[in-house]
Design a protein around this ligand. Structure first.
Ligand code: THU
Length: 136
């Protein structure tokens, strides 16, 4: 497990890589896999606004690309002073790959962490059992 302080410092350094010319809000996310690897991402906005995506989506994409995984911890940092929490859609994206009790850590501008489990952030999540859907 990577030290939370190291991840927080890495995310702060990553914020300028966000492509956020429209909102001006830079967000960086780190997703920690069950095998201990950390995958990072930033938000990527687009002139056609709905085509942009969140830092969490970037980080989850990197984690999935790196190989099969369960997510055990998620860190979110932003250029705003207060705490930023994943949007509704990103909560569902995290839930899809989350190990039970997966912790989401929101880092305020001064680095202060606040923690919630994904179950707290997304109670009554939409879930499908792939075997049932496929009729197996
Ligand atoms: N954003 C994220 O990247 N993650 C969040 O959890 C909330 C919002 C981005 C989307 C958009 O580029 C900018 O923040 C302002 O909404």
């Amino acid at each position: 497990m990577t030290d939370a302080k190291t991840i927080a410092a890495d995310l702060r350094a990553l914020l300028p890589r966000a492509h956020a010319p429209y909102s001006g809000v830079q967000v960086a996310c780190a997703v920690e896999s069950a095998d201990g690897r950390v995958h990072e991402g930033v938000n990527v906005e687009n002139a056609a606004y709905p085509q942009g995506w969140c830092a969490e989506a970037s980080a989850i994409g990197a984690a999935v690309t790196a190989g099969p995984t369960k997510i055990v911890r998620v860190f979110v940092a932003s250029s705003l002073p207060g705490h930023v929490w994943p949007c509704g859609g990103c909560r569902q994206k995290i839930f899809e790959l989350a190990a039970p009790g997966c912790e989401v850590v929101s880092l305020a501008g001064d680095g202060t962490p606040e923690r919630r489990t994904i179950e707290e952030l997304l109670p009554l999540a939409f879930r499908l059992d792939p075997r049932q859907v496929r009729g197996g």
